[in-house]
Design a protein around this ligand. Structure first.
Ligand code: ADP
Ligand code: MG
Length: 548
């Protein structure tokens, strides 16, 4: 295949996008049966990636499509696969979809079965961990499209329990994830076993070099389509960040949950342990939270997803990997409890909200040290993440009161309080009405129990005393440095407003700078070993003066 078209891949992105050309599914060249199935599924109009991919996929072209999670990639290849069958005279499966995980295999297979409902096209998920015998029995019953994880599919091929000799179309779904999981060799083996007279389609959220290489060696003049992730985060998603020391994050999270009162919330953590910790603490504090990560059993994860979808759980705490590819419904809030690894991770996470024109809120927690990382993400993702201030205790109290007021409305309207009316009258003969109500409320809820977050209270703004730590810097008057230079470089490098910097004392060869305790780490990180006035400066916490 010609090299040129490959080097042009990224440039040619979007060039084929013409959102107006296929506004409805019935404008594609697809059968009525499929149209009916889609309408049963509740699909009204194609998503942007479906609009651009489907017409070319229907013509049998090889396709590389890049779009973030949740953009409808499954139907972008599923519909063309279903439409293929009547054109072929086959007995065995005519199409293979490879996916990175068993969850995804099950999900994609289920979705294809729905799309193929009226045309009678069936798909079978094949994945590791399930018994071979069971799978062989299902295979014998016959089906059209196999959706498999690479390892298990190879096993079946080697055992000759599954024939791919009539396969005419292959889809690599979540190709980048398969790459991350080390499936590349298996994929190459599988592709080598499938007749070359075939259509190959590759779907991926990102396009690392290795994926392009696969395309180069296994595809035939692929057309490249993309919905650029950064273009998809439109103004619909409000993005903010809070600078919060690690130890205060959980309290910041609950405070925000209290004030925002989100309906469905995803909380992303970096590690499985963190997921357990955060979900555990939220549960302890009475928040309806569930957790998913790779260590849980399949049935636990299914259960969590079911409860989250049904609204039984408001909060789902997850690792990136566990959430990847899962069909999670639109959520109102995404929390990056720990900062995502890279800009693409950021986009994937926050793309879970603000779907289908709805608005969404993405909240990122950064420790002072991570401030720079956040700015890099912001630049690379071509987005704006605004700094926000945590709601004050008063705002939390107000929010809780509003919530209570709503409950009062409900209870009184529905007459749920009737059985207490007589008793209330007895109390009212003895006390003032406001005392009775307040006493009853105080027995119910401890509204004063709003968590303290010392280090993140807006100390300066309310004129409270801030705790400072003194930093020792190996630069001084002899280096022709001025107080202003130090302020400038600290605020620029560490991203701290100048007003937050305390006293600065300049000596000949060194100086002392006071920094709010919670920001000190960030300043040391940013300034230590940096160059000021042409000199390398080292910074550390100053040794405490001896108490007199
Ligand atoms: P991706 O593979 O890009 O992550 P999916 O194919 O899993 O996305 O689709 C995400 C969700 O959107 C699924 O619930 C799917 O049923 C739904 N969906 C896909 N296409 C449409 C459409 N055209 N109209 C409405 N919902 C759709
Ligand atoms: Mg998908």
């Amino acid at each position: 295949m010609p090299k040129k078209s490959l080097t042009n891949l990224s440039n040619s992105k979007n060039k084929n996008i013409d959102a107006t050309s296929y506004a409805k599914f019935n404008e594609f060249n697809i059968s009525d049966k499929t149209l009916i199935s889609l309408s049963i599924m509740g699909f009204e109009e194609p998503t942007p990636i479906q609009k651009v991919v489907i017409p070319h996929a229907l013509k049998g072209k090889d396709i590389i499509a890049q779009a973030q999670t949740g953009t409808g990639k499954t139907a972008a290849f599923g519909i063309p696969l279903i439409e293929m069958k009547p054109l072929l005279k086959v007995k065995n499966p005519y199409s293979v979809v490879l996916t990175p995980t068993r969850e995804l295999a099950v999900q994609v297979s289920g979705e294809i079965n729905k799309m193929g409902l009226k045309s009678g096209i069936t798909s079978l998920p094949i994945y590791g961990g399930q018994s071979f015998e069971l799978q062989m029995r299902s295979i014998k019953r016959g089906f059209d499209i196999v959706v498999a994880t690479p390892g298990r599919l190879l096993d079946h091929i080697q055992r000759k329990t599954l024939s791919l000799e009539e396969v005419r179309a292959v889809v690599l779904d979540e190709a980048d994830e398969m790459l991350n999981m080390g499936f590349i060799e298996d994929i190459e083996k599988i592709l080598a076993l499938i007749p070359t007279e075939r259509q190959t389609m590759l779907f991926s959220a990102t396009m690392p070099r290795e994926i392009i290489e696969i395309a180069k060696s296994h595809m035939n003049k692929p057309l490249h389509f993309g919905v650029d992730a950064s273009e998809m985060i439109v103004a619909k998603i409000k993005q903010v960040f809070y600078e919060i020391p690690e130890e205060d994050k959980i309290r910041a999270l609950t405070r925000l949950l209290d004030v925002e009162g989100p309906s469905a919330t995803l909380v992303f953590c970096h590690t499985k342990r963190e997921v357990d910790e955060v979900a555990g603490k939220l549960q302890q504090m009475g928040y309806p939270a569930g957790a998913i990560h790779g260590d849980f059993t399949q049935s636990h994860r299914d259960d969590m997803m079911r409860r989250f979808k049904s609204g039984d759980l408001d909060i789902l705490v997850a690792t990136d990997v566990a959430a990847r590819g899962l069909d999670i419904p639109d959520v109102s809030h995404v929390f990056n409890y720990s900062i995502p690894q890279d800009p693409e991770g950021y986009i994937h996470r926050i793309g879970r909200t603000g779907r289908a024109g709805k608005s969404g809120i993405a909240i990122t927690f950064v420790t002072p040290r991570q401030y720079r990382q956040l700015r890099l993400i912001e630049q690379a993702a071509k987005t704006q993440i605004k700094k926000a201030k945590l709601p004050t205790r008063d705002q939390v109290r107000k929010a809780k009161e509003n919530e209570l007021a709503k409950i009062f409305d409900d209870v009184i309207q529905e007459g749920k309080h009737d059985r207490f009316v007589t008793f209330a009258q007895v109390l009212l003969q003895k006390y003032a009405p406001s005392d009775v109500i307040s006493a009853a409320l105080s027995m119910l809820i401890d509204i004063e129990d709003i968590n303290e977050i010392e280090s993140i209270e807006p100390a300066m703004e309310v004129g409270q005393k801030t705790n400072f730590v003194r930093l020792f810097m190996t630069i001084g008057k002899k280096d022709k440095i001025k107080v202003g230079d130090i302020v400038k470089s600290i605020s620029a490098e560490a991203g701290i407003p100048a007003r937050k910097i305390g006293n600065i004392a300049l000596y000949d060869k060194f100086s002392f700078v006071e920094i709010p305790t919670n920001l000190a780490d960030g300043v040391i990180h940013a300034i230590n070993d940096s160059i000021m006035r042409g000199r390398k400066v080292s910074v550390q916490v100053a040794k405490k003066k001896k108490e007199n």
